[in-house]
Design a protein around this ligand. Structure first.
Ligand code: NAI
Length: 327
């Protein structure tokens, strides 16, 4: 039998963790042939709850699950990790300024980056889900100098999936009829869901729907979907976020289909005028375990403005964490 892949999940006792862990155990993260060993990291106060989830994982009798360990120490949790899903983060609470939020998260993602640097496996792949995801990924990456920067990513796949679902609903097609949708920038309300190059059954999406709907309904609906879920569900997106994390890692490991791309926040190499080093969402393909930014796309004036606005926010966040000494 294959040796198990070590998957470390932080925030394992949280609501995304609860939805995510069972899908990993069932083989949906890496593929139905790959055994996994789960390493759950929680804060001390939530370790008991994570142990409860570990008992339930045992009760799932998953053939591919070769073990579950629970930790409250990042060094131990990331030791030997092949895949790390950084879900646990400090949420914004009432009256909290952005600086306080970034600082509190720096206190989480700096030691986690250091622990990944110290002990993760040579092929480590990191996905940051916990918000502010792009900047948390930047913080972790900057404290892991011995790990190639392209192993650190942040999740905009939920935004991408939301965009696909909105378009499919509008056009009356299955999501599988859609290709080449892009999320640019930050996982925040400034993100830019872009259909300039998108295709529906081979035809241009931009020609199939009217411009007013795209600008006034589609873009804000996707960008503010997180708030809509909170409003309707009374709690933030959890199972859909877990599902997107599964999609992101599955595609990273197994590759994206020919003739399509997806969206992921990765360390910029300067493509499309996004300053090198920022963790920003791009149109990406994956092959051989590496993300590549889709090159050569034409960016019209409208798209340029939207991309620049979101990237400006990422630059501000980076400058703020730099001032706080977090990177
Ligand atoms: P939750 O509050 O239910 O769970 C978070 C868990 O993280 C808690 O159990 C907490 O004890 C744990 N935690 C906190 N600090 C930790 C640390 N230093 N080490 C290990 N664990 C730690 O939150 P939920 O709903 O599971 O969401 C988690 C994060 O994902 C939030 O930051 C949320 O904003 C973000 N999110 C991101 C999305 C994306 O598209 N990128 C979508 C939805 C949520």
């Amino acid at each position: 039998a294959e040796t198990p892949v070590n998957v470390t999940v932080t925030g394992a006792a949280g609501q995304i963790g609860y939805a995510l862990l069972f899908r990993i155990a069932s083989g949906q993260l890496l593929g139905a042939q790959t055994p996994v060993r789960l390493r759950l990291l929680e804060i001390p106060a939530a370790v008991r709850a994570a142990e409860g989830t570990a008992l339930e994982l045992q009760d799932g009798a998953f053939p591919l699950l070769s073990g579950v360990d629970v930790f409250d120490n990042p060094k131990a949790a990331f030791d030997g990790a092949n895949v790390a899903l950084l879900v646990g983060a400090r949420p914004r609470t009432k009256g909290m300024e952005r600086g306080d939020l970034l600082e509190a998260n720096g206190g989480i993602f700096k030691p986690q980056g250091e622990a990944i640097n110290a002990g993760a496996a040579a092929d480590i792949k990191v996905l940051v889900v916990g918000n502010p995801a792009n900047t948390n990924a930047l913080i972790a990456q900057s404290h892991a100098p011995d790990v190639p920067a392209d192993r650190f990513t942040a999740m905009t796949r939920l935004d991408h999936n939301r965009a696909l679902a909105q378009l499919a609903g509008k056009l009356g097609v299955s999501v599988s009829a859609l290709k080449k949708v892009t999320i640019w920038g930050n996982h925040s309300a400034t993100q830019y869901p872009d259909v300039s190059h998108a295709l529906v059954e081979g035809r241009s999406v931009a020609e199939a729907v009217d411009r007013g709907w795209l600008v006034d309904e589609f873009i804000p609906r996707v960008a503010k979907r997180g708030a809509e879920i909170i409003e309707v569900r009374g709690a933030s997106s959890a199972a859909s976020a877990a599902s997107a994390a599964i999609d992101h890692v599955y595609d990273w490991v197994n590759g994206t289909p020919e003739g399509d791309w997806t969206s992921a926040a990765i360390v910029s190499d300067g493509s499309y005028g996004v300053p090198a080093g920022l963790v920003s969402s791009f149109p990406v393909t994956s092959a051989g375990g590496k993300w590549e930014i889709v090159q050569g796309l034409e960016v019209d004036e409208f798209s340029r403005g939207r991309i620049d606005a979101s990237v400006a926010e990422l630059t501000e966040e980076r400058d703020a964490v730099q001032r706080l000494g977090l990177i």
